[in-house]
Design a protein. Structure first.
Length: 129
């Protein structure tokens, strides 16, 4: 099972030229996420073949949080949302818990993350596969 680890964060930092986690980092993958890097990290997820499973898992968390920031900042759909949808559906078993977290099923959509509506759609689309 893939997971976010210190080693994965450090590997991504080195391989993708991302900020280095410091000793106080608790949720590095959320701390560094930004609408400014959303496209870069998604493209890295798609095209980088030198990432291990923990790095890929951590990177997808950065992708999701960065796109969440993009939706919030620009109040619009991220241009490559269909690509993300295809990845999350094809790798649904890997990211199911992350998708559920961002879907915020236990609260009203108005009180949830900007990306929650999209994640709820992913759940409906992919949950039975």
């Amino acid at each position: 099972m893939a997971k976010i680890t210190k080693k994965a964060c450090e590997g991504l930092s080195s391989k993708l030229d991302l900020p280095v986690p410091d000793i106080f980092s608790q949720d590095w993958e959320i701390e560094i996420a930004s609408s400014n890097i959303a496209e870069k990290v998604l493209d890295s997820y798609i095209y980088r073949k030198d990432l291990n499973k923990d790095e890929r898992f951590t990177l997808m968390n950065i992708v999701i949080e960065s796109i969440n920031d993009y939706i919030y900042q620009y109040n619009s759909k991220f241009p490559k949302m269909d690509i993300l949808k295809n990845i999350l559906c094809s790798e649904f078993n890997i990211y199911k818990e992350v998708i559920i977290y961002y879907a915020c099923l236990d609260i009203n959509i108005e009180d949830s993350f900007p990306i929650s509506k999209f994640m709820r759609e992913i759940l409906l689309l992919c949950n039975d596969k």
